[in-house]
Design a protein. Structure first.
Length: 618
């Protein structure tokens, strides 16, 4: 074999490996979402069901016989089909370690190996029948788009070594190669070219100049909850640009340029000089995990740009009322933030103290809103990271890298070495510390202040010191909600009616929101990566959570928290957000519903031997 043909063969193997990784991750995401949102609530999920076991594919039978594994069976009753896959062990939160490819069959027919597209079609067929609607071709295309882009991100992923300090922070923000493990389209991006994907995606280590427009001061709108106005805050982040008198520079994300230039009011303004297109300028900014929020080391503000691009569920524009509510929430939470930081000194809220956007006041309302949303820019405070701390994104810590290793495992082993602990003891120490620093202040905010944060994995930054959590940073306050009892109209006089409606939340919905973000999206993922295949340790960690909730009640509790904690400890089902159903039913993220997920504290789970669990989901 010649050197050329050998190199070509190696390249072919590499391409195939990348395709296999992307397809496998997509299969896992589809199974994760379907099992949690559809199969488990409908009692269509069965573990180690003996019916028909003799006809199972050989790989499934071998997994069970040779390695003592388990078999997950998903019934699709409307379409008369079944999906079968081997898993390492039962998981009450349905965070399964899959150990085979999936197989599918109609009742009485032979099993077929399923690739991502066959699996997706089976599940979407079932959902179309279940909800009496046409087959969702749009979602199938979005799933395919997610697979294609995941291949790009796997091929271009930087190495897995993060370093320390700001370097580690930035690498963590740009390391979500596989995305949300419980989302049907974790990496889909619509409305941009592949060249733009490659140039601006954080997963590929992107850094780029911002694009600037010069805007007459009279056509700018700003708000700030600080003494310093938003223009002044923004100017500190920008390069020195040559501007005509009376004009200010407004940066936009390069992905937004095409949308901005498509607006008729913008085209007219560029012709008559009301707007000036200055083009790209300045030193590069780095996209963080959310894609549209940009970071530059040394700057005291992140820039949260508006993007008319659909990322996973949503078009990521900054809606006009969200500009207002982001700053209003930061203002309203100013006093509560002081109360939280006094009670919990290891918590920092990353406030959004200002916004800047374009508004032509002499234009119709519809045009003005379109301009505000096209140019809308929210400023987010960059915190002063703790001395000797390394800040990392929780979503990156509780995930796998391209090399299949988990960054959390590195930190746990660092704790074990530093403190002379076993791996198991270090994992428990890590989890106990994390729960204390995250869950306690989130409960305090909800039950004492009436504030519903959104602490899912992408909104939590963890300061690490010698491997252990030492500080928690909560961001994206624009998504914060307020409970009506603690926040009557008299406290919200500074908000417009539309902004007020966007931040007010009924109490039970607020409880579901925090329950999903904290328990399912965040802690269940942490437990999965801390325990992997150790069922006994998983049970121990959930008991640690129960003990920590009791400690919270002794230290800070009131009647509200007593009721909530009692519900958790008595095993009430956990509220799981419907990411798959949102896409199937073509509804916005704000219309999400919650379906019940069996709690690790449910009596039928808690009383079993963790070394030999026989959890059944029907």
């Amino acid at each position: 074999m010649t050197a050329t043909s050998s190199a070509a063969l190696q390249q072919a193997f590499k391409r195939q490996d990348i395709q296999d990784q992307a397809e496998t991750r997509m299969i896992w995401a589809l199974l994760n979402t379907y099992c949690r949102e559809i199969a488990a609530p409908a009692a269509d999920l069965h573990l180690d069901c003996p019916f028909g076991a003799r006809s199972w594919p050989q790989v499934i039978q071998h997994h069970r016989r040779l390695w003592g594994g388990h078999v997950l069976q998903i019934s699709l009753p409307r379409s008369g089909q079944v999906v079968l896959i081997a898993v390492e062990r039962p998981s009450v939160t349905l965070n399964h370690s899959y150990r085979s490819a999936p197989y599918g069959a109609r009742f009485g027919k032979p099993w077929q190996l399923l690739d991502w597209e066959r699996l997706a079609r089976m599940l979407l067929d079932e959902l179309a029948l279940r909800f009496d609607q046409p087959f969702n071709e749009e979602l199938l295309a979005q799933i395919g788009n997610s697979v294609e882009l995941m291949e790009e991100f796997i091929a271009g992923a930087p190495d897995d070594e993060w370093g320390q300090g700001d370097e580690a922070y930035l690498r963590s923000e740009q390391s979500l190669t596989f995305g949300h493990a419980f989302h049907p389209t974790p990496k889909s991006r619509e409305g941009v070219s592949l060249d733009a994907i490659r140039a601006y995606s954080p997963e590929l280590g992107a850094a780029f100049q911002l694009h600037y427009f010069a805007v007459a001061s009279a056509d700018l709108v700003q708000a700030s909850h600080l003494k310093e106005d938003a223009y002044t805050q923004l100017d500190r982040q920008l390069p020195t640009l040559a501007l005509p008198p009376g004009y200010r520079a407004v940066p936009v994300h390069p992905w937004q340029i095409e949308h901005i230039r498509s607006l008729a009011a913008v085209r007219r303004a560029l012709k008559n000089g009301r707007l000036l297109d200055l083009g790209p300028a300045g030193t590069p900014w780095y996209p963080t995990a959310s894609v549209r929020t940009l970071f530059q080391p040394g700057r005291d503000r992140f820039l949260k740009c508006s993007l008319h691009v659909r990322l996973t569920n949503c078009v990521r524009k900054n809606a006009w009322y969200e500009l207002e509510s982001a700053v209003a929430i930061s203002r309203l939470l100013d006093e509560e933030a002081r109360s939280l930081s006094t009670t919990f000194p290891t918590l920092t809220l990353m406030s959004e103290p200002g916004f800047v956007t374009v508004d032509f006041p002499d234009h119709p309302s519809e045009t003005r809103i379109a301009l505000q949303e096209a140019f809308g820019l929210i400023l987010r405070q960059t915190p002063t990271w703790g001395q000797n701390d390394t800040p990392v994104l929780a979503a990156a810590l509780f995930s796998d890298t391209v090399s299949q290793g988990s960054p959390l495992e590195r930190e746990v082993m660092r704790v074990a070495r530093h403190q002379g602990l076993s791996r198991t003891a270090a994992a428990q120490r890590w989890f106990e510390t994390y729960v204390e620093q995250l869950v306690h202040p989130m409960l305090f905010a909800l039950c004492r202040l009436g504030v519903v944060f959104e602490p899912h994995l992408q909104n939590v930054v963890i300061g690490l010191r010698q491997g252990l959590p030492s500080h928690i940073y909560i961001r994206d306050l624009e998504g914060t909600k307020l409970l009506p009892d603690q926040w009557p109209d008299a406290r919200l006089t500074s908000l417009t009616e539309r902004a007020k409606a966007s931040v007010r939340y009924p109490e039970e919905l607020g409880i579901k929101r925090i329950g999903y973000c904290l328990l399912i999206n965040n802690l269940a993922q942490a437990v999965f990566f801390l325990t992997r295949d150790d069922a006994e340790l998983e049970t121990r960690l959930w008991r640690c959570l129960g003990s920590s909730l009791k400690r919270y009640q002794r230290r800070h509790g009131n009647a509200f928290s007593a009721g909530l904690i009692s519900r958790v400890l008595k095993g009430a089902p956990w509220p799981n957000k419907t990411n798959l159903l949102n896409r199937v039913l073509k509804r916005s993220d704000s219309a999400s519903e919650y379906v019940p997920l069996v709690s690790p504290f449910a009596k039928s789970v808690d009383t079993q031997d963790p070394r030999n669990p026989q959890w059944n989901f029907d």
